[in-house]
Design a protein around this ligand. Structure first.
Ligand code: PLP
Ligand code: COI
Length: 338
């Protein structure tokens, strides 16, 4: 596109041409609407504003060297949004309506999908919230769904260069039987104090431990954790983490590459056994970990200044599938007919 420096983008907001909206009223979802404004009407007594009845999703569209545009795991994101809606009692939409809205938003902003060579992609952000007046603590009867898109580069500015993470025991992101497995805004609000402190102290993100016992790894700020040892991909099983779609894909890729995969509780001390470690997610892709500092216990777990071989292979395979240079044998991509 004209005069766009695609390398400039991180995760700051960029206004694109159009967004797509839909309203739930009288027990049903209405027609998709297209808007070029990035403002939205919110009722002063909306439950989304007062009681956190809100959920969002995050996925990406990639322009391949063959010129095709692919959205990675659109259906999985739709199912996860439905699950978040169930979790906090919001009206959910059908997968068909979700997919139609996403495809519309991407097509209408086709000129904002970065070229292959840039290494950038188009981030897709759907959001759904209670937008009906309700002052007693009850679910709303009206909801707004909206989806906007914007070009993005790396989430952590170092990209694939390893960076540092920190464990603090005085903060929790989510309670054991709380909302940690749903992609709801309240979890992110709850992570801000710890995350901001981590950034101020020079870390990429916080490695949260399980809130109950503080013994096991939960997740890495806005990403899941994985460790590599003995040709095995190990990732935490926990009732308070977001089920990452990137992580699920990496488990499959690891298996396809002939590795063993273990999804189980991971004790903090096990960090010493991993040869490589990383954070993974739509925004983070794979962000390799250089070291994890456990400040309370005066311990450091060091993985090195360069990404390990296995992390690199996983990263290249994931990116290859997303950009269409490696066969998509599990049918993860939705091709966008522009
Ligand atoms: N964990 C949290 C808390 C997140 O916000 C995200 C981002 O979506 C992830 C993990 C990674 O999930 P996914 O790979 O589905 O993007
Ligand atoms: C994503 O990876 O899509 C996320 O939601 C991370 C984010 C909170 C920026």
């Amino acid at each position: 596109m004209e005069n766009i420096n695609w390398k400039e983008f991180g995760f700051g907001y960029t206004k694109t041409d159009y967004n797509v909206r839909c309203q739930f009223r009288d027990g049903k979802w209405g027609q998709l609407e297209i808007s070029s404004s990035d403002q939205i009407n919110v009722h002063i007594a909306a439950t989304g504003l007062h009681y956190g009845q809100q959920a969002f999703e995050g996925m990406k569209a990639f322009r391949g060297p063959d010129g095709k545009v692919r959205i990675f795991r659109l259906d999985e994101n739709g199912k996860r949004l439905q699950n978040s809606c169930n979790g906090i009692m919001m009206a959910k939409m059908s997968l068909e309506l979700f997919e139609e809205a996403i495809l519309k938003a991407v097509k209408l902003n086709a000129r904002w999908i970065p070229p292959y060579e840039s290494g950038a992609s188009l981030y897709i952000r759907p959001v759904l919230f209670g937008n009906g007046a309700q002052v007693g603590v009850n679910p709303a009867s009206e909801y707004t769904f909206a989806v906007f898109v914007m070009p993005v580069g790396p989430y952590f500015k170092e990209g694939f260069k390893p960076t540092d993470y920190v464990v603090y025991r005085e903060y929790d992101r989510a309670a054991p039987q709380g909302t940690g497995t749903f992609k709801v805004g309240g979890n992110y609000a709850a992570s801000l104090q710890a995350g901001t402190r981590a950034h101020n102290e020079g870390y990429s993100a916080v490695l949260f431990l399980d809130a109950k016992e503080k013994k096991y790894i939960d997740e890495c700020g806005p990403a899941n954790f994985f460790g590599i040892k003995d040709n095995t991909y190990v990732t935490p099983k926990s009732e308070s983490i977001l089920p990452s779609i990137t992580n699920k894909s990496l488990c499959q890729i690891a298996e396809d590459l002939g590795m063993a995969v273990e999804r189980r509780r991971v004790a903090v001390e096990e960090l010493a056994d991993f040869k490589e470690a990383g954070a993974c997610g739509t925004a983070a892709v794979i962000s390799p970990i250089r070291k994890i500092v456990d400040a309370d216990h005066q311990k450091e777990y060091v993985y090195g200044d360069e990404a390990g071989k296995v992390s690199l292979k996983l990263y290249e395979t994931l990116r290859g599938i997303q950009y269409g240079t490696i066969e998509d044998k599990h049918n993860w991509n939705t091709i966008v007919e522009l």
